[in-house]
Ligand binder design. Structure first.
Ligand code: PLP
Length: 377
């Protein structure tokens, strides 16, 4: 049996008519740059996350970049974030000439540990960029308290967390900015790159709108140096068509996570300490990824055994940011963030997409158990 890490074709086939119709609307209008479908997409997103100001952006990376640009983050500024994240989080900070300052994670949630943030705050600290990894919110209550106390900007990297929430409050609406991605593997994926940024303030929204079009308003009059950060109209059409299905998909992901937890428990993998599962510690998890953690020495051979059994897996992420070659100039070394380093070498994402069948989940867990039940393991 094949269990790919992600199956976008099945999802597309299930709502093909709606996606095709909306994309055709853009093609027939020939209105490709911003325009009515991008506006419609922004207003649907606003309704979905109950947030007034949503702006379609060219990617999740650019959403982070434009939020930082809107705060004039640059040389001399220190920005606190997690080292256990996708590169864009730290990359955007460094691209603007600011210094990423890393804080280790809470191993139960994989998210930045708020109790370690304050010791890293200096007079140069401008912002905190929490990442809601795998679809689970970072501890935003604690982070916002620290930010308020020290007068810091909070830019949520919610790229993986559209639909995650605490009560009725959505990821991306706690901080000054929320940054989201429509990368195809996200819970709400486009047909290419895309994303959006949120903010609470009308002044920040106006600045973001300007920065999105090279800092100009009116056209050709540039009061700021911005960029081309526009969400493509074709991507907006795909998102408009898919958004009504998002909650159903998230619920299916959550049901898959629950099913995995019971299958893994029933197989005795937790009792024997062969695997640990991350905690659901902060609100409603949207399960962009389901990540298991192995005992030392078992992650890579388990991954190989699963590949041989037709099961797709991925490592998010094999090298934490403080150990990336391009960040050597920051002066970090192995051992500086042991919990992130441990997660990088012991965690493995298994398929969690909404269309996964029971038989496929059973196949995945059977092969995990088969690996651990070999006499040599
Ligand atoms: C945590 C995180 N931040 C930022 C990004 C960047 O988003 P994009 O790929 O849309 O640029 C991603 C997704 O790839 C991500 O997972």
């Amino acid at each position: 049996m094949k269990v790919p890490l992600l199956d976008l074709i099945t999802q597309y086939q299930s709502i093909k008519a709606e996606i095709d119709r909306k994309v055709l609307e853009v093609l027939e209008s020939q209105y490709f740059i911003l325009g009515p479908v991008v506006s419609e997409c922004e207003s649907l997103l606003s309704q979905y996350i109950h947030h007034e100001y949503c702006l379609g952006i060219s990617s999740g990376t650019d959403a982070l970049l434009i939020a930082m640009m809107a705060e004039d983050i640059g040389p001399g500024d220190e920005i606190i974030t997690s080292p256990y994240t996708f590169f864009a989080t730290g990359g955007c900070i460094a691209r603007l000439g600011a210094t990423p300052v890393f804080v280790d994670i809470d191993p139960g949630s994989f998210n930045i540990d708020p109790s370690r943030i304050e010791e890293k705050i200096t007079t140069k600290t401008r912002a905190i960029v929490p990442v809601h990894l795998y679809g689970q919110l970072a501890d935003m209550e604690a982070i916002m308290k620290i930010a308020q106390k020290h007068n810091l900007i909070v830019i949520e990297d919610a790229a993986q967390a559209l639909g995650a929430r605490i009560g009725s409050r959505h990821a991306g609406t706690f901080g000054h900015y929320g940054c989201f991605s429509f990368f195809p593997s996200k819970n709400l994926g486009g047909a290419g790159d895309g994303g959006f940024v949120t903010t609470h303030s009308s002044e920040r929204f106006e600045k973001l709108k300007k920065l999105r079009v090279h800092g100009s308003a009116p056209k050709y009059f540039h009061s700021l140096i911005g960029g081309n950060f526009r969400l493509d109209a074709i991507q907006a059409a795909v998102i408009c068509a898919k958004l009504p299905y998002l909650d159903g998909w998230i619920n299916a992901r959550r049901a898959n996570a629950g099913h995995y937890r019971s299958l893994i428990r029933e197989a005795g993998l937790l009792d024997r300490g062969q695997l640990t599962l991350p905690d659901e510690v902060c609100g409603f998890h949207s399960y962009n990824q389901f990540v298991i953690v192995t005992q030392p020495g078992h992650r890579d051979p388990l991954r190989k055994a699963l590949t041989d059994a037709g099961v797709g897996t991925e490592i998010y992420y094999p090298v934490p940011l403080h150990l990336q070659e391009c960040f050597q100039y920051l002066g970090y070394k192995t051992g500086d963030f042991p919990l992130s380093e441990f997660s990088s070498t012991h965690s493995l994402a298994i398929p969690i997409y909404p269309e996964l069948t029971d038989q496929q989940k059973i196949h995945v867990v059977e092969h995990i158990a088969r690996y651990f039940n070999q006499p040599s393991n």
